[in-house]
Design a protein around this ligand. Structure first.
Ligand code: ADP
Ligand code: MG
Length: 256
């Protein structure tokens, strides 16, 4: 318990009256990198969305602690202010909100000078740094587009990553940050996450099936969920066997 940035204790969650998580205990320590794996529909996204506080995910038991204090009564905004961030598996699009303007609003380094100012590019002190970051992520062309509106799969994943990175969170849940990415985009995402790991002041929780990103990041701990429960805790050494055998056979062997 001691030394955890975030933990879930016997977390039980239902959606529309259907139980999804059946008592999950997970621990996340500061600065480490975690992978949450598991077959489709095992509750990985549900877990991350529940930690973030999305309203349709109803907690029916257990607790979520951040720095040893329950956050169950906190709103999404309050959780984000504490330093928790979630990058969606499928990022929602928001018409009328420009990506660069949005980044300006959420990033502590890019504060706009006036509340009424929507043309942040013209007034933001750190304009050039902001645009350097757009370039680095290969999405400079998206800066003036509406948030995720008509973005390709790979573009929306990189835009989503940029948004979450801009919030400077203490712990980020990245829900399949590599899905739908071509090799070049995968490298970009891998490089960004690796740089974050090397800095060491952010806890990364990666939901992914992609060996490349997990190996590139040197994940410290692997949690496997199945049917809404934590069924296995391991590390990177398990990945080759998992890949070879598939979840069913791997779990059968390790859990008996
Ligand atoms: N908003 C929702 N409405 C209805 N069912 C949901 C909702 N979110 C998740 N579920 C269901 O919960 C189960 C777990 O889903 P999810 O957490 O997305 O799994 P994973 O991310 O592991 O693939 C699935 O059966 C899914 O259909
Ligand atoms: Mg999912």
């Amino acid at each position: 318990m001691c030394g955890n940035l975030l933990e879930t204790r016997d977390l039980r969650v239902e959606v529309n009256g259907v139980p999804i998580l059946g008592g999950v205990d997970l621990e996340f320590k500061p600065g480490l990198v975690y992978a949450i794996l598991g077959p489709n529909a095992s509750g990985k996204s549900t877990l991350a969305k529940t930690v973030m506080g999305l309203p349709e995910y109803k907690i029916t038991g257990g607790d979520i602690l951040y720095n040893n204090e329950s956050i169950l009564r906190k709103t999404i905004t309050e959780r984000a202010q504490l330093g928790i961030a979630y990058a969606f598996q499928t990022p929602p699009s928001i018409s009328g909100v420009k990506l660069d303007d949005f980044i300006c609003r959420i990033c502590p380094d890019y504060q706009c000078k006036a509340e009424s100012d929507t043309l942040m590019g013209e007034t933001c002190a750190s304009k050039s740094e902001l645009y350097d970051n757009f370039e680095r992520l290969g999405i400079r062309n998206l800066a003036k587009r509406d948030l995720n509106d008509g973005f390709s799969g790979g573009e929306s994943k990189r835009s989503e990553l940029f948004q979450v990175l801009s919030m400077r969170p203490k712990i980020m849940f990245l829900d399949e940050p590599d899905s739908g990415l071509d090799y070049d985009s995968l490298k970009v995402v891998g490089r960004e996450l690796r740089a974050l790991r090397e800095k060491g002041d952010t806890t990364l929780v990666i939901i992914s099936h992609h060996r490349y990103v997990l190996e590139f990041l040197e994940v410290d701990k692997v949690y496997i969920l199945q049917q809404g429960r934590l069924v296995y805790t391991g590390d990177m050494n398990d990945i080759p066997a998992l890949e070879e055998k598939g979840y069913e056979k791997f779990l059968e062997e390790v859990t008996g």
